[in-house]
Design a protein around this ligand. Sequence first.
Ligand code: ADP
Ligand code: MG
Length: 609
Amino acid sequence: MVRPLKDYISLNTFFCIILIIFILAFMIFLSFRNYLLFHTTIELFSIIVAFGITIIAVNSFHSDNYYIKFIGIGYAFVGGFDLLHTLGYAGMGVFTNSSISLSSQLWIIARYFEAITLLAANFFINNRFKGRYPFLVFSGISILSLSSIFYFENFPDTFINGHGLTPFKNYNEYIIISLFAAGLFLLFKNKNYFNTIVFRQLALAYLVTISGEIFFTLYISVYDIENMIGHLFKLVSFYLLYKAVLETKINSPYLELAKKEALLKEANEQLEHIYSRISDGFFSLNSNWEISYLNNNAAQFFSERKDLLIGKPFNEIIDQDSLVYNKCIESMSHQKKMEFEAYIERISHYFVFYLYPSVDGISVYFRDITETKESQKEIERLDQLKIVGNMAATIAHEVRNPLTVVGGFIQLMDSKEKNQQNKDYYRLILNELDRVNSIISQFLSVAKDEIKEVSVENLNNIINDLFPLLSSDALKHDKEIKLQLEDIPDISLNEKEICQLILNLVRNGLEAMEPKKAVTIATSYNQVNDELILSVKDEGKGISSENIDKLGTPFFTTKDNGTGLGLSVCYNIAKKHGAVMDIESSCNGTTFSVRFNSKNDDIDNQEAN
Ligand code: ADP
Ligand code: MG
């Protein structure tokens, strides 16, 4: 059976810890037997690690991980100075002036290189350095410090026999500790660029190094326990560093990946931000027909949370019979860009969709065009009115004349004695002729675009004059007319046409009601926007929402002997008076409001024309 990876890792870690403890125990034992050998072993280990880091980094010079490259260069110098420190250690006898002071001078320089390398490397996570500049700078510093120690011999003492470490040594160790602490701080700041394991190893390496450095400020003799503990810490810290670099460059080059991921994430967030600002909808489907991306507006369109939609099959969020679904299939199968409009009943809005297919999915972009659609409808209605108007003018002219002739002859035949038995038929024919004539008159009034005979009048007077006529009309069917007239200013209007408008609206109201109900004619004045409102309210059954859109379309009628022209005439009259007509309808009745601008500039202009 294959062991789960998790078990493997924990076993590996466990093994490592046991090994480290064993090595540390052995080293402690060694330190008591032969301190020089103990020191040399530990230093050699860290020197090998330092050079190892350099080798790994040098081998990755083609990569754009400048963090590792910088550390690689720095650790070559750390390793070099640590080697000199080891060779110069008291008892090694390599240099003529081998002493504790000499070796700890070299030690301090090695630690400076280490601390500065780790600290400055943070700067190269997102920046590049050119060619061999860091190498040249480190070499320069090395030559200066080496000549100060070996040639000029003016490098301050770090150790005085019998007294222990000099303040110079300790202050420098404190500075080095601060540099390591700053490095640790930057490491935390750049946490996102490291994979978790590497980050932990590096952070631990820093902490162990800092602890070790503290011990190195405490010893009085190099054989003191503090010196031994400091070296053990150094051993562990280099081991951790080696693990971290190995992890980054060989086991899993996460640093690079994490860095690229961070950049990608940033770019993605930027894109996301742009898409979410677009007020139109956008979504894309992958080749499995699952949502792979969508912006906020698209999520709103599907009435679902964005995160819940990602990865969902398209047929689960949209009806398979829907136009959008089928067009997407069509666009994909023909690999053809498409554009179409659709009415989405669920939200009662019109949308225009653009489909962009590709081999691995389809991108859909859509925009709400309900408002445009509505104004388009209004324009179409007005266009229809115009066509009807022109038609009416011609028909009226052509039809009226023969009708007058027909009417004349019927009247003539009616007056003849011998035709007495047909009298009822003649009445009927004449009545129907009257009706045809009245239809033609209505046609004509739709046709007329400009108004003639404008006068300044008060709407209330017109209504009051009409009242007896309207009331008698209503009473015939056991209905009633009520007036609610407020004080209103005079406006310029064409009296005949306004009478026609009121008549049509009141008739419609009366026709829509059961007996015993009332139609209310009201006027009011809104001083704020200078608007004069005439409203005709009935207590009828209301108008269905599908019919409300058709109101004002010539010939639209729901009545058996209606003409479907009454409201067209009203709209036309309102338009000619620069007024706007609104409808409010419910099952308790309908209110038509005509809002006149009391200044009525439109009319005055027309008059001037
Ligand atoms: P007609 O009255 O000849 O049918 P109109 O243009 O005056 O033509 O009206 C068109 C249609 O609008 C009517 O057939 C009716 O269905 C509807 N309508 C108009 N006014 C009302 C109203 N007050 N209540 C209910 N329906 C109305
Ligand atoms: Mg009517």
